[in-house]
Design a protein around this ligand. Structure first.
Ligand SMILES: *Cc1c(COP(=O)(O)O)cnc(C)c1O
Length: 436
């Protein structure tokens, strides 16, 4: 296989996600032959530093030997068995360990195959809980301005990204939005902490009026990923928890992107010391190897479904729920977190990257340089309507994979990135900034 041959065959047969296929005439697909560590290689062995962890999933590098070994080991025992009526060791061990890692009080794990499916499960479970509790009118959802929760119809209903949403608006159920706590929206001179309180007041007024018909409030804790890595003060999570308690509305924490150490703690909710009613996890759960997601919930929600009547049960099914290979990868991921003390090690990397990226933060074209754990982002002042494509192209030619969200450039590197690779990332980004 050659680069050219793979691209031609791909364009004939594969319909790529999140893509205007015609754009690939001008912006060719990048053919990947193999991966190792933070690097992806094409068929000429040209390599690219995967600075966005392949859509935010890869934690410990491509073809990680320890994870590869765990899959191979599991392959010899059991690849998959249906999870209705059956159980197996990897799914039990994984659930026990997730319960131990997660904020205290989340004692039950419901598995699906991807992020959006975990959101669908949490939304349905929340509304069904209120139904089981004799309050069937509580079946609406409220979410944040600029929130992203996936693109199946239920998840898209609580997503606020015009380009993903508008075309399908007639297919979606109406749901409410409240203002984002993202500090880029604060008044001049207003601190992120004060802006978080002001945003929380909007949530409170909304729920004061609508709690009787609202099942749940869904948020991405600390960082709103898809609409340009909007970051906010952890106080907002505290307020959200208090307000949801006061009005008897569930709090769904979508940690699909931020879970597993991205914000500097294992889970973002820890930074506000709160337990949501539902915690949705996917992406980093399997280090980017296999699709697997989980919606974790509390004893009281679980108990409302536990009954003689079948229809009170959560009759939601995904064929590959709790897949044994995927669970074995998730277990290997958690092993690495423990054995390598990853959360602590990342603090040192965060500090190093912050230190050496000062020239980016002070670059004349750069605004709002910000960092939360292992996520960095900044806006580039530009009048180029094709900025995102041009920046992508230019970084690819420098051997760097960055994929701006509109004019927001972000880094979300795999946690195994070393200082030399961080230097490469920062130096090349500066070169691309100067050329764009
Ligand atoms: C990626 C993402 C999803 C959707 O996950 P998929 O696996 O793509 O369905 C949902 N919420 C957040 C915050 C995400 O980043």
């Amino acid at each position: 296989m050659t680069n050219k041959n793979l691209i031609e065959r791909s364009l004939k047969a594969v319909w790529n996600p999140c893509s205007q296929m015609k754009q690939y005439e001008a912006l060719p697909l990048i053919p990947i032959n193999r991966g190792e560590g933070v690097w992806l290689y094409d068929f000429n062995d040209k390599r690219y530093l995967d600075a966005i962890s392949s859509w935010w999933v890869n934690l410990f590098g491509h073809t990680n030997p320890q994870i590869n070994h765990a899959i191979q080991d599991q392959l010899g025992k059991l690849e998959h068995v249906m999870l209705a009526g059956f159980t197996h060791e990897p799914v039990v061990k994984l659930s026990e360990r997730l319960i131990k890692f997660a904020p205290v009080g989340l004692g039950h794990c419901f598995y699906s195959s991807d992020g959006a499916s975990a959101i669908e499960a949490a939304l349905k479970m929340s509304a069904h809980f209120w139904h089981n509790s004799g309050q069937p009118k509580k079946n609406n959802f409220v979410s944040l301005q600029n929130g992203y929760h996936g693109e199946t119809l239920g998840a898209l209903s609580v997503t606020d990204v015009a380009i993903f949403r508008n075309t399908y608006a007639p297919l979606l159920r109406n749901s409410a939005r409240v203002p984002t706590p993202d500090w880029r929206y604060a008044e001049k001179g207003e601190l992120p902490k004060d802006y978080a309180l002001r945003a929380a007041n909007h949530l409170e007024s909304y729920l004061a009026k609508n709690h009787a018909v609202t099942a749940a409030f869904i948020i991405e804790p600390l960082v709103q990923g898809a609409v340009g890595m909007g970051m906010y003060h952890s106080d907002y999570l505290k307020y959200a928890r208090e307000i949801c308690n006061k009005y008897q509305v569930h709090l769904i924490a979508d940690e699909i992107a931020v879970g597993f150490g991205r914000t500097g703690t294992m889970f973002a909710c820890e930074q506000a010391n709160i337990t949501p009613d539902f915690l949705c996890l996917a992406k980093g759960l399997t280090s980017g190897y296999l699709p697997l997601s989980v919606a974790m919930t509390t004893e009281s929600i679980y108990q409302s479904f536990y009954h003689e009547e079948t229809t009170r049960a959560f009759l939601h099914s995904h064929t590959h729920a709790g897949n044994a290979l995927a669970c074995s990868v998730a277990l290997a991921t958690l092993d690495i977190f423990e054995q390598d003390k990853v959360i602590n090690a990342n603090h040192t990397k965060t500090k190093y990257l912050n230190d050496i990226s000062k020239p980016i933060a002070s670059h004349p074209k750069v605004k709002n340089f910000r960092n939360c754990g292992m996520i960095w982002a900044f806006e580039v002042e530009t009048t180029d309507p094709s900025f995102s494509e041009n920046f992508f192209q230019s970084s690819i030619s420098q051997g760097l994979l960055l994929r701006p969200l509109s004019n927001t450039v972000y880094f979300m590197p795999p946690y195994i990135i070393n200082n030399e690779e961080i230097n490469f990332l920062v130096t090349k980004t500066l070169q691309v900034l100067d050329s764009c």
